[in-house]
Design a protein around this ligand. Sequence first.
Ligand code: SF4
Length: 601
Amino acid sequence: MKGYAGKILRVDLTSGRVRTEPVDAALARDYIGGRGFAARIIFDEVKDADPLGPDNKLVLAAGPLSGVFLPAGAKATFAAKSPATGIYGDANIGGHLAAEMKYAGYDAIVFEGAAPEPVYLYIDDAEVDLRPADYLWGQGTVTAEQSLKAQLGDEFQIAAIGPAGENRVYFACIGHDIGRQAGRTGVGAVMGSKKLKAIAIRGTGSVEVADLEAVRRIGREMILKLNGDPGLQVWHDYGLTSVATWSNSIGALPTRNYQSGYFESAEGIGHAAMKERIFLSTKACFGCPMACGKFTEVKERGIRVEGPEYETIALIGSNCGFDRIEDVAYLNQVCDELGLDTISAGNAIAFAIECYQNGVISAGDTGGLELRFGDADAFASLAGLIARREGIGDVLANGVRHAATVFGGGTARYAIQVKGLEWSGYEARGAPAMMLAYATCDIGASHNRAWAITHDIAAGRDLLEGKAEKVIELQHIRPLFDLLGACRLQWVEMGLDLKYYADIYPAVTGVDASWDDLLTCSERVFNLTRLYAQRELPGFGRSFDYPPARFMEEPVPTGETKGKLVTREQIDWLLDRFYELRGWDRDGHPKPETLRRLRLP
Ligand code: SF4
């Protein structure tokens, strides 16, 4: 099979046994790779499992474009049954892990069972070994990565969890490449529950492609196109920090626990502040000319970090009331080292602050910690409590949906989440398509599947017609990149033509598939994860597809979207249309004919 390493590595952490199995050609044809492989493995093999028990599985999967020299075959997916949501969860990761795994000879690694003592997985091509990791346990993600690199050599690519993963925090991430994270849905907690501290991979092989000349030609065209675009300089200078001031200008920057989409001090946490005050250097994932990563330094705190990028600026910055980029970068570093997803951590801490401000919780509940927006030391202390599951941190560590049930007193209104996953970086009361995208995303409130906010602005913010169509279109295109193992930002941000990807897939794999065929694979995966939710969560359906009450009932108080909200009636109209177009029934369950069309069980 061209484009694939051809093997899946199975690691039984309970017994310590490892084995390989060939990649099934039908699996590759119908699910492509990456998130597609991961979703099918979880669907087939994880049934009725406790997400943090040994029956859950953690999958790391690359795609056929991972490790191929095109901009940018850099992506892999971590997936598991999520402790945050109880349904399928995944998180995408860049850096060099996907390419290295393919070069070592594996398209995916499936971790099963749980080790009795902390271990890390050592892979040096065909040499695969579970090694003791007691000495790494307790270390932060970056520290553990540096420890393993010092021990094994710089050519090993490392992924590691921090204390949050060890302590099974529901929004623990997996860190890699000193600042890249598989952040969402608690994949780090699943890794910690298996006592798997880290993965170290060195691969010296390559990816065999079907038509090398065609791959060279198309890859070269893509790179020349990107390098010739004057817009590339923005990415070299600012990366994703450039999104923050734009987001604020359109009323979408989450502010003080999503009370508004306008932050009056956005300039202080924007791209210019980053560049002028803390920028150190630029950093890229494997094969990427965009190089959106920015290393920064906060001298007053004595720290260096990759970031903050947009989502961190939005959730830790404006959403927690910080108006200095130095504070955001510092807290980014704190969360990275603890192994906390900055999106959910910022969301959960903003939730706690609003609860505190409204008198639902007090200093007596927080161990004396006074919570207020814009207090960096209080944020860092609370993040530590969460990662260690100490005091009130133990409640917040299970996410805002859970914390609201513990705190009571109407705090569900402050819990900005869908399906148990904390909402990410776009306040969407002035953007019905974006609201629908969040509400129907298969892993919970993530922008990852469909970033539809630019469509809302272009088509008309108050318009509902056509929005469900756009969301579905994006829900097939964007996740397709996760199946292929490629970064989507070259298309999303630089406008690189989708035709390149349509052309390069057959050139790499030798599979004669059209772009529509590939989109059908993406649609198949979207429906499969929906089926998984129905099977694993009794009663799962329409009621899980609503945004938080705040967004349907409280008009935005300030900024460009002042006065806007998306009412429950409007959401119902959008959901009806969305389900109809998808071939789902009124409760959001795929109809039998839809399953037959997509060849799903
Ligand atoms: Fe990585 Fe950014 Fe390039 Fe995507 S655009 S591959 S995230 S450096």
